[in-house]
Design a protein around this ligand. Structure first.
Ligand code: HOC
Length: 396
């Protein structure tokens, strides 16, 4: 068993183990992948301030996200097709998160269904909602999440149409995978993945099949999204969904201060600064670069979380010190899941936790709540020397 000390170690094993098309699916951004790359590289521009001779005994990474106790401020992000990276991937990831004491978010586009995950876990998880054209289906999905005792609804706002991802198109990605000569040849080399997949509870979108009209096997992801997702989603509809849900709502995909103010107006409990892992609007700024502007706009009135580019505990510390109240990992846990199943997700969480804990100590901090901009050295133009934009008329 190789010694795993970083998320990159898990990624190397993951790459060898899963079929190329699923590796490419996770490890890609849209178009030129600029935003995808900068989500990570922008973290490198923020530096940490070392402090010494501070009593660092008795320190803790525990805190709260939307009022829920968490062992560290890191939730598992909703990731579509997780169950294709590893058999019953959503169940395994949810169990690992539960045991570690961090939130798990189940994607609408998951392979295991809401009910599968609820049955396999004991604590409430969060459910991520994509809004479909079929309003009855959305209502049923919300009801299913309520019945499963989900403690928060995470509504994704930045994927009403799918950003174009070259690799997925070239691979002809669909779920379940299309069995072409090329995919079969690659699958034949991934016998560990394949053997486990044969025993999986599900190999198709568990929340969708049998519930949504027009789902066919081997549907192309982009075409299917265009056919099913509601392109007319607006703030009024978001407000109605919030009312229908009646519980805590987190709005994901906020990358602009104007939108952050709108999220506040519809009464969201938290927002996630996110560009969908650089998979949607290529050319958008990285999440960490947009975080200060959004915090300045609404940070004192709503919980602001950050998703995108987090691959280490140092990244978590930087986001939290900047003012975020929680962070998410997507690819970082997928690498662990694809590499080693549930123990791999646990390993990813352990790696990040250890890095966060040690980095806190070296920064002279003992509590998450005490982290702040005093821990950071931020380049003067980090927010960007972008030209001042006029406010959108009529939104705020
Ligand atoms: C079949 C529709 O979050 C992603 C996912 C959502 C994909 C929708 C797929 O790939 O970014």
């Amino acid at each position: 068993m190789p010694v795993i000390t970083s998320i990159d170690d898990l990624k190397r094993i993951y790459k060898r183990r899963v079929p190329q098309m699923f590796y490419d699916y996770a490890e890609s951004g849209s178009w030129t992948e600029q935003t995808f790359r900068e989500n990570c590289s922008d973290f490198d521009q923020i530096r940490l301030r070392q402090r010494v001779a501070v009593d660092m005994s008795g320190r803790s990474t525990a805190t709260q996200m939307i009022g829920e106790d968490v062992a560290m401020p890191v939730a598992l992000a909703p990731v579509g097709l997780t169950g294709m990276q590893c058999a019953d991937g959503e169940i395994k990831a949810a169990r690992a998160a539960e045991a570690f004491g961090v939130p798990f978010t189940l994607s609408t586009m998951s392979i295991n269904s809401i009910e599968d995950v609820a049955e396999a876990t004991t604590k409430p998880f969060w459910f991520q909602l994509y809004t479909m054209r079929d309003q009855d289906y959305v209502s049923r999905l919300i009801q299913r999440a309520k019945d499963a005792n989900c403690s928060a609804l995470v509504i994704t706002l930045d994927l009403q149409i799918l950003g174009q991802r070259h690799k997925d198109l070239k691979n002809g990605l669909s779920a379940p995978p299309k069995l072409t000569v090329k995919t079969l040849a690659n699958l034949a080399t991934k016998w560990g993945w394949g053997r486990e997949m044969l025993g999986a509870k599900r190999r198709h979108f568990g929340n969708i099949v049998g519930h949504v009209h027009g789902v066919t096997d081997n549907a192309d992801l982009g075409a299917w999204t265009a056919e099913q997702f509601d392109p007319s989603l607006d703030w009024d509809k978001i407000a109605k969904i919030k009312e229908q849900w009646g519980g805590k709502v987190i709005l994901k995909g906020i990358l602009d201060a104007e939108d952050a103010r709108m999220a506040l107006k519809v009464g969201a409990d938290a927002i996630i600064v996110s560009n969908h892992g650089g998979r949607q609007l290529d050319g958008a700024l990285s999440s960490i670069r947009m975080l200060p502007e959004i915090l300045d706009a609404v940070g004192d009135q709503i919980e602001v979380h950050l998703d995108g580019g987090i691959r280490s505990g140092q990244d978590v510390l930087k986001a939290m010190a900047m003012g975020a109240k929680g962070t998410y990992i997507g690819r970082a846990f997928i690498y662990g899941l694809g590499a080693m199943g549930q123990p791999g997700v646990t390993r990813a969480l352990e790696v990040i936790h250890r890095e966060l804990d040690l980095t806190m100590a070296l920064c002279g901090e003992t509590q998450i709540a005490n982290l702040g901009r005093h821990n950071l050295l931020i380049p003067r133009n980090f927010g960007g020397d972008w030209q001042e934009r006029p406010r959108d008329p009529g939104t705020c």
